[in-house]
Design a protein around this ligand. Sequence first.
Ligand code: UDP
Ligand code: MG
Length: 312
Amino acid sequence: MKLSVVIPCFNEELNVAPLQEACMNAFAGRVSSYELIFVNDGSRDNTWEALKALHQAGRCPVKVINLSRNFGKESAMYAGLQKAVGDYVTLLDADLQQSPDIVMEMVEFLDNNPDFDCVAAYQESRIEGKFTSWCKKTFYRMMDKICDISLHEGASDFRTFRRGVAESLLSVTECYRFSKGIFSWVGFNTHFIPYVAQERNAGTTNWSFWKLVKYALDGIISYTTFPLKVSTFTGLIMAFLSLVYMIVVVVQKLAFGIAIPGYPTIIVLILLIGGLQMITLGVIGEYIARIYIQGKHRPLYIAKEYRTYEEK
Ligand code: UDP
Ligand code: MG
């Protein structure tokens, strides 16, 4: 098998058939053999029925996996990767925003460049609000500064990679999966190509601004303990400042006999220190919560049903 295409699907009933069509058109005569692996990530519409119909029709080799509930795109991709047997593996969205023609470009690049193991597509320009775009830019810059890994700005999960990379991704079994970080962490030579995302074929995006913020926080906590260091430094600075203030107060009282106005200062300081302590506890709590969840060693997903094709 030359190419496995892993497609996570959440509420994509109207997209899966057009996507199969687009893939068949793009791959025909250009790849010796390929398989499409659709993962139904607990969709609330008729995606699973649509997938079963595709599998039944057998127009091209199709594997379908039905997860027992919505586990999130990261887990769905993991489920698909486990079933992929191709020399090359592609991660592709189901909504036709990412054209299968670009997958062919990626495959051809890997064919012609044995030194590279992965081709990732990134969006050069995005159609989104100025504020969102600024937040994303700031996030990438900050990650670059505070994390051991470096992320390519705008690069998504839309990638094609060799078998070895797929095996490495599968060996990372952490449950807080921040795939941009995992790709960077496993290493390998990656080539980045620009692409323009198409409009969604049907349905709506599953990302809201707050989901993105949560995802970004997951990324930071998964790849750096920098926030803990911030707490330590804040503590040190507070301790130093209070020492300076103590000296000032003593000198004022002893040398100049100035009465120290107490009440407002004390209230402000108690609130400030209390606030800082709560923040620090919160940050520590975030890390401990992750240790707790990871410590349960739950599987990343539960598959209810899996159908493969007959080898010819
Ligand atoms: N997806 C998924 N599980 C989820 C959310 C999304 O499998 O919980 C899939 C979705 O069906 C699509 C891909 O992940 O194939 C990207 O999702 P979406 O189009 O909503 O994201 P965007 O393109 O807006 O980043
Ligand atoms: Mg999309």
